[in-house]
Structure formats: structure tokens, C-alpha cells
Write a protein that binds this ligand. Structure first.
Ligand SMILES: [Fe+2]
Ligand SMILES: [Fe+2]
Length: 411
């Protein structure tokens, strides 16, 4: 069962005019994390931040450079993590204008952060550019070097497929391994995460992240032409709530592209030799025409040929990519005819989706391209040339199973 996190008292937040706000008395609070953006959409966005002392906060925001609206007083939720207590604040801005730039700042006691900027998504956005990466734990300098590249690609959001920190239950790691390397990034570009094994029980993960929809480690959202499904890799059974949700969600989606984000790869050689979700999820993804599966867990880049089951006449080919190079110690891949590109380097991906095409690149910390590929579709059909390059899933599975156990255990 996921741990219970107290609900945020957002219903009681009052919208006030800035001029009516009095300065907060009391001891100075320390803004210890954030602010940072969560759960973005065309009409709303959630902003979270953390302090180490509990006192009411105020969030000011407005269109363009204005800060003429305010939410407050905003009271925190207390989180107990091991020996640490900390305070998480959440403000959800609603009734925003689509495709519009906003400014915001946060003040708690004498501490103030801002102004920061964000832009809402469009309601019928034709194209969207985003980052995907993963496994940012353990080496903050490497994570910072990867993250320092993001903004020059003007991404509208960031996907992270888990192992954000080395030990999710240890409070200190969230600053050093995650929030500090992402300072100046996630305050203006929202992140959509997926839980990894290093998040442990996920209590701090849920304390820090506001998922779109219900807080339960899996969710979906539409951004421009892309439908994104983020999964909890720990749930693999058809009888789990997640499978029911994902089945209905993927069957209902009419988005031009369906992308699944999860921690453990469905096909993978280096690092863990992971074959996740073959009983339940792989058939579902084929049936509901998932285009791209992005995962991490193994610390390398592996892109397979489009994969299909052997002998299928009406096959739907899925592009599987492991992009686990966000900072953790690197693993090596192997040579196999199913792989189109592998790299054992710290890296990230930049993807641009239109209705007709996904254009993807993988770049190392110096911005050097390590891979580039395109996915195309016409009237919902995959091009004949793409299907002609497909490779049998069964042959990958057989090759992965030949990897010695010692290799599989390597982190
Ligand atoms: Fe990992
Ligand atoms: Fe992992």
C-alpha cells in the first residue's frame, strides 16, 4: 500500500489582493527546496516548495511580468522523514489562460524566491518539445552537468523515469542529489516523474511530487499531440489498480502519440537485463498502439529496433529506449543485432512531437549527439519502412536471458 500523505489544505487558500497582505511576523523561515513546478496543463499548474520551519507563505503571480494576484496564507503539510521534519507547501493556480506566460514568486517570513516564469500549454498545441532522462542519483556533479544543458533546448516539460536519489528515505539526499542540481531548471520547467526502486517506499517521493490526478504513483496527461502515461514499475499484475487504469486510459486516448514512462525497461541488456511487464503490459501496449516506451534503471543509453512479436501479421511495432544516464554510475551494453544504438555515457534526450512525427535526439553532457531518430505515422499507421526494420521480441528475450547473472546484478 502506498503511504498516506496528509491532504493539502488548499481549499482554504484565499485569493487576496497583494495590497491587502501584511508582512508575516515571527522567526525567519528558510526556503530549503524550490519553488518548483508540477502537474502542468493549459489552465493550471501546481507550485511546491519546502521550508524547515513552519509558517504561512504567500505566492504572488500574474500574466507576463506582473505579480498582481496572490494566494495566501498558505500553510504547509508537515512531513516526518526519519529524524527530519520538513514542511511542504503547495499552491495550485487555476483558471489560467492557455499558451500564456506568467511570473510568480514565493515568500515565507523574510525569505523570498522569484520572480520565476512559466508558460501554460496551449489547448490545441500543434507541437511540443520536452526532455527525457533518468537515474540522477549518487553523483550530484554529473546530474548538474546533465541538467545544465536542458534550457538551451527550450523544453516545455521534463520526464524523469526514476531513481531520482540514491535513498529516497534519507532527507539530505533530496537537496544534494536532486533539487540542487536542478536549481534554475524545475522552477520554470515542470517535471513529470516516475518512481524508481531507489525512491524506496515512495513516501518522500509523494511528499515532493504532485502527480496530475490522484496521488498513487501512476498517472496520465495530454500535452500537445502527446499522451503520456507514467507507471509505477512495482505494479505488474493485471489484477492491480494500475493495470485497470492504464487499460482504460490507453484505450480511450485519441492522441496522435502515446508514450509510456516507467523505471524498469521492458527490453534491456546492460545493467539489469530487465524484461519488465511482458505478461500484462506488453500485449496491452501493442493492442492500444503505444509508440514509445522510455525507461531508466540501467545507467546507459539503449535504443532497440522497433520490436514486434514473431510471426504477427498485423504487428504494431514499439520503440523501446533506455535513457538511464542522468548521473548515476554507468553500465555497459552488449553487441546485439536488436540494438540500433548504445552508449555508456551520461546523457539526456530531447524530443519534439508534432501530429505527424516525433523527432528525438540523445545528447551527452557536452551537448554532443549520441543518437537521433524519428518516428512517423500517417492516419494512425506506421510506415512500411519502419515495420520492415522491426525485430522479433522473442529473439531479444532469448539474448537477454543468456546474460550471466553476475552481469545482471551490476548497478
Ligand atoms: Fe538506477
Ligand atoms: Fe533503478
Amino acid at each position: 500500500m502506498p503511504p498516506k500523505i496528509p491532504p493539502f489544505p488548499m481549499r482554504s487558500v484565499l485569493v487576496l489582493l497583494v495590497g491587502a497582505l501584511a508582512p508575516s511576523p515571527g522567526p525567519a523561515a528558510r526556503l530549503s527546496k524550490g519553488p518548483y513546478l508540477q502537474a502542468p496543463s493549459a489552465e493550471s499548474i501546481t507550485i511546491r516548495w519546502e521550508t524547515t520551519t513552519a509558517e504561512p507563505a504567500t505566492l504572488r503571480y500574474g500574466e507576463g511580468k506582473r505579480l498582481d494576484r496572490a494566494l495566501g496564507p498558505i500553510n504547509p503539510v508537515t512531513v516526518q522523514s526519519g529524524t527530519n521534519s520538513f514542511y511542504i507547501y503547495e499552491a495550485t493556480l487555476t483558471q489560467l489562460r492557455p499558451n500564456t506566460s506568467y511570473s510568480y514568486n514565493v515568500s515565507v517570513g523574510t525569505d523570498e524566491a522569484g520572480p520565476r516564469r512559466f508558460k501554460t500549454f496551449g489547448t490545441a498545441q500543434e507541437s511540443v518539445t520536452f526532455i527525457a532522462y533518468s537515474d540522477t542519483r549518487t553523483n550530484p556533479d554529473r546530474h548538474a552537468a546533465v541538467a545544465a544543458n536542458f534550457r538551451r533546448h527550450s523544453p516545455e516539460f521534463i520526464l524523469h523515469s526514476g531513481d531520482l536519489v540514491a535513498k529516497g528515505s534519507e532527507y539530505e539526499r533530496w537537496s544534494s542529489e536532486f533539487f540542487d542540481p536542478l536549481a534554475g531548471v524545475i522552477d520554470e520547467i515542470p517535471m513529470l516523474p516516475s518512481i524508481g526502486n531507489h525512491e524506496q517506499d515512495g513516501a518522500n517521493y509523494l511528499a515532493y511530487f504532485r502527480e496530475p490526478g490522484t496521488q498513487r504513483f501512476f498517472y496520465s496527461c495530454d500535452i500537445g499531440p502527446v499522451h503520456i502515461v507514467s507507471l509505477d514499475y512495482r505494479s505488474t499484475k493485471v489484477t492491480d489498480e494500475q493495470f485497470t487504469f492504464v487499460t482504460r486510459d490507453l484505450e480511450a486516448s485519441r492522441a496522435p502519440w502515446k508514450i509510456v514512462l516507467l523505471h524498469a525497461p521492458m527490453f534491456n541488456f546492460g545493467g539489469h537485463a530487465s524484461l519488465w511487464g511482458h505478461e500484462a503490459y506488453l500485449p496491452l501496449f501493442r493492442k492500444t498502439h503505444v509508440d514509445l516506451v522510455l525507461s531508466g534503471h540501467s545507467h546507459l543509453y539503449e535504443r532497440f529496433r522497433p520490436l514486434v512479436p514473431k510471426g504477427a501479421t498485423d504487428a504494431w511495432a514499439i520503440q523501446h529506449v533506455t535513457t538511464g544516464g542522468g548521473g548515476a554510475g554507468l553500465a555497459a551494453s552488449i553487441d546485439d543485432p536488436s540494438l540500433l544504438r548504445t552508449a555508456s555515457v551520461h546523457h539526456f534526450m530531447v524530443l519534439t512531437a508534432t501530429r505527424e512525427q516525433i523527432s528525438a535526439r540523445a545528447l551527452d553532457v557536452a551537448g554532443v549527439e549520441i543518437d537521433a531518430f524519428k518516428l512517423r505515422k500517417k492516419d494512425g499507421r506506421q510506415p512500411a519502412a519502419y515495420l520492415a526494420g522491426a525485430y522479433a521480441e522473442e529473439d531479444v528475450i532469448a539474448a537477454v536471458k543468456k546474460i550471466p547473472p553476475r552481469e545482471k546484478k551490476r548497478k
